[in-house]
Write a protein that binds this ligand. Structure first.
Ligand code: GCW
Length: 690
């Protein structure tokens, strides 16, 4: 084993001091660069601009709506900034124009256009065609939102220098639900938010200035996100008070022009807490009536309201268990109130007992979601969606996928991914999560022995669910760069792109994001893409490899190393490490039986020590430290080497970033450099602590 103790302490100190000295730099970063995130529309150099010489000089819009107006305006802004041309507004199809409008609105004016029958809601079609004897570029869609998405797609191509000559491209989203959740509290703080205070709330109210909320909706629209839940799932009951709904209406108003539906998290006990009833029993008719009236009132003010998110019977929240009712009863009473208005309720499967007896080796928090929800399959109304975290524990650096995705057959489901890096370095460490999400979405659950990847289970391709899709916990804040670190924004971008098309590769996504954010200098693109693409593995290797969990302080900040904090309490994030061995025995043969929740083919992989992949070994098995991995190394040697190699790689990030000096604007160059230096020190701290 290698041993390098003394240098580490020095490195740590150096890194800490340099981070402290450099913090004022963060405040100086040019806000105009950051707030627009990947929508910078940098001017193209003259050679690149030549490729767009044939782009029509005028646009014409058919149809009228706030979303269509945004589409036309965005197109004009983008063309002006990137190509230095003012796009004129034309009154009709006269000469070569860019034509914008839904298929329905274009039907009469462009009868020669054979409108793609394959267009789905929110999908778009970009095509070059002759209309009125001139070549036109048509951006059309099944609905207004699709036209806006088509505009963003076109602008992204121009920004990245992609050819649009003779373009003919239809794109449809993978699933109807592509939402973000914000865990904002009404006092302006954000639970697990690392990008500053809320853009939505302050001092118990909706902020007077909602400019940033509008900009957020624009960013979301640019990557195809169509919904945003504005408040913490640990919901303040006050959000359903009438005067608060009047305030929330203002948020819906600034989201609307970007096609982002607003929704809210609610407390299940609201009928009792604020409604004046003596009960919130979901099957009590008075409770049903209360929800109905409340929801009718909301839709009177916010006709395009999206619905509710519910966290119940979880981490101290009240829930249907108070009355011996089921989660389906609780979801349905709300679903029925929303149904006439087209709203949806998202009921979170993150339900577990956080007072588990740790002395009982058969207890297992990982089993909770499946145990609670599988028996209720088929009992949820068709506008209720069970929102399931990607893994069975809680957004750890590596977990297997939740078996519940395969368990529910007659229930709508959505996957909940965490964009904010709660357990993955809190935006102080670089951790690009798209490769992790791709592994989750591509994981083949083998339900009934057939090909059933998670992305198809949640999008409803398998079992034909009515509605479903992707939810990302974003937690952006008021900081100039939204997420605390400029590089962390790639996770928000990547979430949106994957929700639109989970088939995109991590490489494609990071390449797009980097070009849009930093320009197309090949060295910049290559270097940032490489840093991002390796970052999750690096973070995993110096925190908690082999599926042991993050090994962080789970009862405190969820950031520092703290392996002992997982044991000896009821939270159930156990790794069962002692002086002889490590890992949770979740086998059916001798362990908690968790593996039995998976379809048979998956069970076989995880149950057997031979077939179980090394990177999840300690999630499923308890082994002695001397156990030999597939690589031939013992567990203890792997843990040791992995921490050393990870810390070394984190150290290399600094040098790799330094190659970009002079190629990235100085503010961001210095900001990101300071972050990498800090991370290098933190990695050493992790290495030595573990
Ligand atoms: O991971 C845990 C977080 C809590 C969060 C909870 C949840 C909003 O530490 O902060 O509460 O998950 O997802 O409900």
């Amino acid at each position: 084993m290698r041993y390098r103790f003394c240098s580490s302490t020095v490195l740590l100190l150096v890194a800490l001091i340099s981070f402290l000295l450099s913090t004022p730099l963060f405040a100086q970063a040019d806000p105009t660069i950051e707030t627009v995130a990947w929508l910078r529309y940098l001017p193209l150099d003259s050679k690149a601009a030549m490729n767009y010489e044939k782009l029509p000089r005028a646009s014409v819009l058919f149809g009228k709506s706030p979303v269509l107006d945004s589409a036309r305006q965005e197109l004009a802004i983008g063309v002006e900034k990137m190509l230095g041309r003012t796009l004129k507004s034309s009154g009709g199809i006269k000469g070569s124009v860019i034509v914008l409008g839904t298929a329905r609105d274009l039907h009469d004016v462009a009868p020669s256009l054979r409108l793609a029958s394959s267009l789905e809601a929110d999908g778009y079609w970009l095509t070059t065609t002759e209309l009125g004897h001139a070549e036109c570029l048509v951006i059309t869609a099944a609905n207004d939102r699709g036209v806006l998405y088509g505009v963003f797609a076109l602008l992204s191509k121009i920004a990245r220098g992609e050819s649009i000559i003779g373009i003919n491209e239809v794109q449809n989203p993978y699933a109807p639900i592509r939402w973000v959740n914000q865990w904002d509290n009404l006092d302006g703080r954000i639970e697990r938010g690392y990008g500053g205070p809320s853009i939505l709330f302050a001092d118990g109210k909706v902020r007077a200035d909602l400019t940033r909320a509008g900009e957020y909706a624009r960013l979301l629209a640019s990557i195809g996100i169509n919904g945003c839940t504005i408040n913490n799932v640990n919901a303040a009951p006050g959000v359903l008070e009438d005067d608060f709904i009047a305030q929330a209406k203002r948020v819906a108003d600034v989201f609307r022009p970007w096609g982002v539906q607003m929704s809210m998290s609610v407390d299940l006990s609201s009928p009792k807490l604020i409604g004046g009833l003596d009960t919130f029993d979901p099957v009590d008719p008075r409770v049903a009536e209360w929800w109905r009236k409340k929801v009718d009132g909301i839709y009177r003010q916010i006709p395009d309201f999206g619905g509710f998110v519910v966290k119940a019977d979880s981490e101290g929240r009240s829930g249907p268990s108070a009355y011996g009712r089921t989660h389906a009863d609780a979801a349905n009473v709300i679903a029925r109130a929303l149904k006439p208005h087209g709203g949806v309720v998202f009921y979170r499967a993150f339900v577990y007992n956080h007072h588990l007896d740790w002395r009982d080796p058969k207890n297992d928090r990982a089993k909770a979601a499946y145990d609670n929800f599988y028996p209720l399959d088929g009992k949820f109304d068709d506008n209720a969606v069970v929102q399931i975290k990607n893994g069975p524990i809680d957004f750890q650096v590596r977990e297997p996928v939740s078996p519940l995705f395969g368990g529910l057959r007659r229930t709508n489901e959505a996957i909940e991914l965490q964009i904010t890096q709660e357990y993955t370095g809190q935006q102080k460490h670089l951790c690009f999560l798209v490769p992790m999400w791709k592994e989750v979405l591509d994981f083949d659950m083998r339900v009934d022995g057939g090909s059933t990847p998670v992305k198809d289970l949640v999008s409803g391709r398998v079992f034909h669910r009515r509605v479903g899709g992707f939810v990302g916990v974003a937690n952006v804040g008021l900081d100039a760069n939204w997420m605390g670190s400029p590089l962390a924004l790639a996770n928000l971008y990547g979430f949106g792109r994957l929700a639109w098309n989970p088939g995109l590769s991590s490489k494609t996504i990071i390449d797009e994001w980097t070009r849009l954010t930093f320009g197309s200098d090949p060295l910049v693109v290559r270097t940032i893409a490489n840093l991002q693409l390796s970052s999750w593995q690096v973070y995993e290797s110096y925190t908690g490899p082999l599926g042991a969990g993050t090994l962080t302080n789970i009862v405190g900040n969820h950031y520092d190393p703290g392996p002992a904090s997982s044991e000896g309490n009821g939270w159930g994030q156990w790794h069962r490490a002692d002086h002889q061995g490590i890992g949770m025995d979740r086998t059916m043969a001798t362990g908690t039986g968790y593996i039995g929740q998976y379809p048979t083919e998956v069970q076989k992989i995880y149950e057997s020590l031979v077939a179980c992949p090394d990177n999840l070994l300690l999630f499923f098995h308890h082994v002695p430290y001397t156990y030999a991995l597939h690589s031939g190394k013992t567990v203890i040697q792997h843990v040791y080497d992995s921490h050393y190699e990870g810390a070394e790689r984190a150290h290399d990030f600094v040098a790799e970033w330094k190659t970009l000096e002079g190629r990235v604007d100085p503010e961001r160059y210095r900001d990101i450099l300071a972050r990498f230096e800090f991370q290098a020190g933190e990695a050493v701290k992790w290495r030595d602590a573990i």
